[in-house]
Design a protein around this ligand. Structure first.
Ligand code: NOJ
Length: 748
């Protein structure tokens, strides 16, 4: 629709019609089936407002969306179509690995491809907006939503968010294209820094840290043109984000120039009362409006309060109009006025859901994101299987563990994924010609002591617990199989319900009887390969000791089983590098590589008391950020610089020779780290500033070059200006963040 016509439409709207555009209701209020993800309450929204609401969430499916849209438009005076938004986080029907795994690819371009593919399925299912990507930086493994983040590094997160926004929105602005969906960057801001890793908890940090480490990824999303931003649940400097004028108006809108739609997280306006900054709904609605929040997700605060606030003049009519205008513009950019059903077509669903190219993308992704943590004596890849006897050179294989045949190992946010389409490890093994194996689960993933609500879930029939007999039977079978096998593939992990929203944990160990299972299997089997499913970093010290090989597959998605089989048997090699540090002990958390030095840095050797250290545990992680093995080995030559001085506007080249010292081709993820040795404020001990992936044949050497510029050295200095300060810098080209920074140059 032409802008002028849209303006005329806005001017023709009644107050109620305008307010309606700013309200999002759950699907059930529109007579639709949707996923309920918040605390369910009767919203008490009047019939009149309901007839005019602007959007709904997590209602998907072409047929349903067409029906709901049609019914809505039939009774609507303005004929402004509804917006359908949904949490499509890492795939729609085809599910890809969780974002924390995606973060381990060090390959933003691949994320862009995944998001483009996700968009294709979602558009066919009628979705207009996805609540993704999540740009929250994470450092605390206790937080369940680590699984939705791409990790602990601002540089990588920035690249990923940009790639994801571009991938989701590709084709969006092409007229009549019905391609791409609008992307909503969330949760603005710093939701990942909840104290104690407890979801929804207080966030409090200096403005410097916020700007330097937490804000860049959201900003990258805005600069990539995301159509929407979501406020977070948490406080930022004492003021909940949803009512935080500084954050929303000054930073987001004024400094970054964001002119898209700002939506709250679920019920966040009403939560301003629980936070204790608003006495009632009226104050809560006023605060959110003043902060520039456009859409109220699932409360009646705007619905019940805006009219009064406007009539009494507390909220100006222009403020309301500006918010409604942004919503209308989004609807217009999506082409909804011309075609309110947009891409929603059952025919298209049939063609695109789980199509072959998406499945192979899912398989590629699972391989690129899996991290090989241990491979003692080069046990993996297992020798190819074959021969009629079904005996691999590896010997008899037993597949044991609660994740051996698990269809729902997708992570909590695969809301719309097709569980039946998931390939489990057992299925992939069974499909492999010549591969004979025996299998059993051995134990359950969790027990009531791991998850307080488990008995209640079981009582409601939402979860099946094993009987004592079943437990014993499974256990005995596992013992028997491991005693007779030459090699056990043990598929262990965190239960899906332990992560995601509201999934905070105080223990980072493997739940249930799984450690006991590992110990007992270890006693009986000659070789043990642990395949680990997880949505966050876990404490793996004992697993590291007991396993001969340890392959972290996170929640690997629809093609997980096939990818795992391919990696185990060397059809391809795991390529992931950790995007979050793995602690040795829970007590180290929050743990991240790009920390500050202290006044008493500990060198890790001298046993002296008065240093910044733990008495009972090293400071270092068990596995550092950027770490991951492959089936080849590599050596890195010293870093070479083409000068010792960097001048503003110029470039300094850093290079190193990387050699494949193994006997198999493989991919190396080369990482550039810099350290600003002295600054007007304390600087991190190192920061990732560049990555390159190389494919190396056995014995092959490649020279890797990175250009260092003054822009890369900028930070928020003492006076909060964002600039590079002259002085000494160190440079390292390394295989992971534990590498040494040997090169030096001076910025003039
Ligand atoms: C709450 C979550 O925090 C957010 O990520 C999600 O997009 C909304 N609910 C909508 O489901």
């Amino acid at each position: 629709m032409e802008e002028q016509k849209l303006r005329t439409l806005l001017e023709s709207m009644t107050l109620t019609e305008k307010i309606g555009q700013l309200i999002q209701v759950p699907g059930n209020m529109l007579n639709a089936r949707g996923q309920e993800l918040g605390v369910r309450e009767d919203l008490g929204i009047s019939e009149e407002i309901l007839r005019n609401v602007g959007s709904t969430l997590n209602v998907t499916g072409a047929a349903q969306i067409r029906r709901v849209q049609e019914a809505y438009l039939r009774q609507s005076r303005t004929k402004i179509p509804l917006l359908f938004m949904a949490d499509i986080i890492y795939g729609f029907r085809t599910v890809y690995p969780i974002p924390l795994a995606l973060g381990c690819s060090f390959e933003p371009e691949l994320l862009k491809r995944l998001c483009r593919a996700t968009s294709e399925e979602s558009v066919a299912a009628g979705v207009h907006v996805t609540f993704s990507p999540m740009g929250d930086l994470v450092r605390d493994a206790r937080w369940g939503r680590c699984l939705e983040s791409t990790g602990e590094d601002p540089f990588l997160n920035t690249e990923y968010v940009k790639a994801m926004v571009e991938g989701f929105q590709e084709g969006l602005s092409q007229e009549g294209a019905c391609r791409g969906m609008a992307s909503c960057v969330k949760h603005f801001a710093a939701y990942g820094a909840a104290e104690g890793g407890r979801d929804y908890n207080t966030v409090d940090m200096s403005e410097r840290r916020l700007r330097q480490e937490y804000l860049p990824s959201y900003r990258a999303g805005v600069e990539a043109g995301c159509e929407m931003v979501m406020t977070s649940f948490n406080t930022v400097d004492g003021i909940p984000a949803t009512g935080n004028c500084w954050l929303m108006r000054q930073v987001l809108r004024e400094e970054w120039g964001f002119d898209g739609v700002l939506i709250t997280d679920y019920a966040a306006i009403a939560e301003l009362m629980a936070h204790g900054v608003a006495a009632d709904k009226k104050e809560a609605a006023r605060m959110a409006m003043e902060a520039g929040v456009d859409i109220d997700m699932c409360t009646d605060c705007y619905a019940s309060q805006l009219e009064g606030l406007i009539r009494e003049g507390t909220i100006r009519q222009e403020q309301l109009d500006a918010a409604v205008w942004r919503v209308l513009c989004l609807k217009n950019r999506l082409g909804l006025f011309e075609d309110p059903f947009r891409g929603a077509r059952e025919e298209a669903e049939k063609q695109v859901f789980l199509k072959e190219s998406f499945r192979s993308l899912a398989r590629e992704a699972a391989v690129k994101f899996s991290v090989l943590l241990e491979n003692k004596e080069g046990l993996l890849p297992l020798a190819p299987t074959g021969g009629k006897s079904g005996e691999a050179r590896t010997g008899r294989i037993a597949l044991i563990g609660p994740f051996a045949d698990r269809k729902d190992a997708l992570g909590l946010w695969a809301l719309h994924g097709d569980r039946e389409a998931v390939v489990t490890i057992r299925e992939a093994f069974s499909e492999t010609e010549g591969l004979e194996f025996a299998w059993c689960e051995g134990c359950e993933t969790i027990l009531p002591e791991d998850y307080t609500d488990l008995p209640a879930l079981a009582a409601q029939g939402e979860r099946k617990l094993w009987s004592r007999e079943e437990r014993n039977r499974q256990w005995e079978q596992a013992m028997e199989l491991s005693g007779t096998a030459d090699l056990v593939v043990l598929a262990l992990g965190e239960d899906t319900i332990q992560g995601g929203e509201g999934g905070s944990r105080t223990r980072l160990s493997l739940p249930g009887d799984q450690m006991k299972l590992l110990r007992e299997v270890r006693k009986r089997a000659r070789k043990v390969v642990v395949v680990l499913f997880a949505g966050r970093p876990l404490v793996l010290d004992e697993v590291k000791e007991l396993a001969d090989a340890l392959l972290l597959v996170w929640y690997p998605g629809t093609e997980g089983g096939s990818a795992i089989r391919d990696m185990l048997f060397g059809i391809c090699e795991p390529q992931g590098r950790l995007s979050m540090s793995m602690p040795r002990s829970l007590g180290q958390v929050p743990l991240y590589y790009n920390a500050f030095s202290t006044g008493r840095p500990y060198d890790g050797h001298t046993p002296v008391r008065f240093f910044s250290r733990y008495e009972d545990c090293p400071n270092t992680p068990l596995y550092p950020f950027g770490y991951g093995l492959s089936y080849h080995s590599a050596s890195y030559g010293p870093v070479q610089l083409d000068g010792t001085v960097l001048k503003r506007g110029e470039t300094l080249m850093a290079s190193a020779r990387v050699t494949n010292t193994g006997d198999r081709a493989g991919s190396e993820t080369v990482q550039l780290y810099l350290q600003d040795v002295t600054g007007s404020v304390v600087r991190p001990v190192k920061e990732l500033k560049g990555t390159q992936k190389l494919w190396l044949q056995p014995g092959e050497t490649k020279q890797v070059c990175f250009a260092i510029t003054e822009e890369m050295l900028r930070f928020y200095g003492k006076d909060m200006s964002y600039q590079a300060e002259p002085g000494l810098f160190r440079v390292g080209i390394c295989a992971d963040s534990s590498g040494r920074l040997e090169g030096e140059f001076v910025l003039e």
